[in-house]
Design a protein. Structure first.
Lengths: 289, 285
């Protein structure tokens, strides 16, 4: 009996020892990052796996910031990001011996939504800026009824949050002083924003085009007072007439292994770009192969 | 002083309040189970339990999440059970009562009070990044194992303490060494308690999302993990993901997943109880 116990302890020590060795980075492709893109990447992975069984691909969300920091830490292979990597993030990665390579794989319009009961249906960028910085507090100031505006945003880890801040609140100047109003509710996912807007008749929020549904009303947006109010669609995003649109990125290491490059190629392929459209994003327009 | 109530009346009032308190505590459990079963039972089918997710996880099954949770539960136990039991034996049988053991015990108690998200971040920094295990089943199991340790140690210590002192005295008086005493006169009788404690703590940890969030959980895998260095899907995280990230998913799939998770943890509890009664029958004193 005693002997068996010793053997067991020995086996345990062996397992601990193996655990101590570092990960053999041979198998699998880990994709991590943007919550906006996670359904798109999931659909890519599902289709990619049918064509390339055995590549062991795994998809994780968490936010663009989470993904980028794992690339910097070398704990994932591909990052999906709804914003560009900042210069600081790039230099941090380089310091860790990782040179990131950028691929713009799809386009996305950021949709501003209100409750279907709300009578407001169009806003200018300036009005949006004033609403989300807290300058405009009541719907009647912009043609709605006399009710306080409930602001909804994604949390700061979200690429959508960062993009909205830089391109709507700060109007393209990333270092601008404008911030979201402190009354703004930071929600953990785009779906949470969608759900809240459909329940709260005074709420206004924003999300990627993949989340458009009948339970929220899309607000047409104009660049400024004089220009046309546009609704987000494949056409308006591709020809850049919808004012709040952005590219979506994949990042890899420059010296990525062959299977990772294959996945990137797949994302750019005809099937990959069809999936982009099927998941309600906008194809990048120039299809490889 | 004037008596406001006669003792009989106040007794009745006290009883009613106590009874109501007891009833109120079970209301949430009952409501949760009813709601989950009512909304989720229609999703449960053989295909739901045994096939891969399809069509952006809106169709197909949750097989990889079930398998993943199974792997994590087993894996965490492999690491935590021996370490926890051995540590508990040392602490309750060998260690003398002094400042060192008091600090050790205090540490263990505090370990049990650490929020699960802290364990998650700890696992991320130690196992995933520092030890370079990557986001993998191994990292997840190790994180969960550390989280289980305090409850396993506490359960083992309680089980050891409940073995009557005379067992040890008799064994020692017959000339057995301390280790022999522990091995043959104490451990076998403490085993039911140890196993129950382990299984119960496992059942609870299985439902945790925070510790696996950064260390192992994947949003989606097209196939099952092939080694301990792969990521895996897991039921609690899958439930979180499909209820927050997937637009237009059928409600019964979400509730069905919740139902499977509840059944999974309840049946683990059941297994623990069955093992305990079996062992109790064999070892009686």
């Amino acid at each position: 009996m005693n002997k068996r116990l010793y053997v067991y302890v020995l086996i345990m020590m062996l397992i601990y020892a193996i655990a101590g060795c570092s990960r053999n980075s041979g198998n699998g492709i880990q994709v991590k990052g943007s919550d906006t893109m996670v359904n798109l990447v999931q659909a890519w992975a599902e289709e990619f796996d049918k064509e390339n069984p055995g590549e062991n691909i795994s998809v994780t969300g968490g936010g663009s910031g989470t993904g980028i920091s794992s690339l910097v830490n070398n704990s994932c292979d591909i990052v999906s990001s709804s914003r560009q990597m900042t210069a600081e993030e790039t230099s941090l990665a380089v310091k860790n011996g990782i040179t990131p390579k950028e691929y713009a794989v799809a386009l996305d319009g950021i949709v501003v939504v209100v409750n279907p009961k709300n009578s407001v249906y169009k806003l200018t960028i300036d009005q949006l800026k004033d609403i989300f910085t807290g300058k405009i507090k009541n719907w009647k100031e912009i043609g709605g009824k006399d009710e306080n505006i409930v602001l909804l945003s994604r949390e700061i880890n979200s690429g959508t949050h960062v993009f909205f801040k830089e391109h709507v609140l700060r109007k393209g100047n990333p270092k601008g002083p404008e911030e979201f109003a402190s009354s703004c509710l930071l929600l953990p996912s785009s779906q949470a924003v969608a759900d809240e807007v459909s329940q709260n008749s005074n709420a206004i929020g924003y999300y990627g085009m993949g989340y458009i549904s009948k339970n929220q009303k899309i607000v047409a947006v104009a660049k400024n007072e004089g220009s046309a109010y546009m609704e987000p669609s494949i056409k308006t995003v591709q020809n850049n007439t919808y004012p709040i649109s952005r590219p979506l990125f994949l990042y890899t290491k420059v010296d990525a292994k062959e299977s990772i490059k294959k996945f990137i190629d797949f994302a750019f392929s005809k099937i990959g770009q069809e999936i982009v459209e099927k998941t309600d994003f906008v194809p990048i327009g120039r299809i490889k192969k | 002083m004037k008596k406001r109530f006669n003792p009989k009346t106040s007794q009745k009032i006290a009883f009613t309040i106590l009874l109501l308190s007891a009833l109120v505590t079970i209301i949430p459990v009952v409501v949760i189970i009813i709601v989950v079963i009512k909304n989720g039972i229609s999703a449960i089918s053989w295909e739901f339990l045994t096939s891969m997710p399809k069509n952006g996880m809106r169709a197909g099954g949750i097989f990889p999440a079930i398998v993943g949770t199974f792997y994590l539960t087993i894996g965490a136990t492999i690491f935590s059970l021996p370490l926890g039991v051995l540590a508990a034996i040392y602490l309750s049988e060998y260690a003398k009562e002094n400042r060192f053991t008091r600090i050790l015990n205090l540490g263990i108690v505090n370990l049990a009070g650490v929020p699960s998200i802290v364990y998650g971040l700890f696992g991320l920094s130690l196992f995933v990044i520092y030890m370079k295990l990557g986001v993998s089943i191994l990292s997840g199991c190790l994180t969960l194992a550390i989280m289980e340790l305090p409850s396993i140690i506490t359960a083992t210590k309680t089980a050891l303490n409940s073995v009557p002192k005379q067992f040890r005295e008799v064994s020692l008086s017959l000339g057995a060494t301390k280790w022999q005493t522990i091995r043959y006169a104490v451990l076998p009788y403490a085993l039911p308690g140890i196993i129950t404690g382990t299984v119960l703590s496992n059942a609870r940890k299985t439902g945790e999302t925070a510790p696996i969030l950064f260390t192992v959980a994947a949003f989606y895998l097209p196939r099952l993990p092939s080694s301990v260095f792969d990521q895996t899907m897991a039921l609690p995280y899958h439930l979180y993901v499909i209820s927050t990230q997937i637009p237009g998913i059928e409600k019964n799939i979400t509730y069905g997943t919740a139902l499977v998770l509840i059944i999974f943890t309840l049946s683990l509890n059941l297994v623990g109880i069955i093992i305990r009664t079996r062992l109790r029958k064999q070892k009686k004193w």
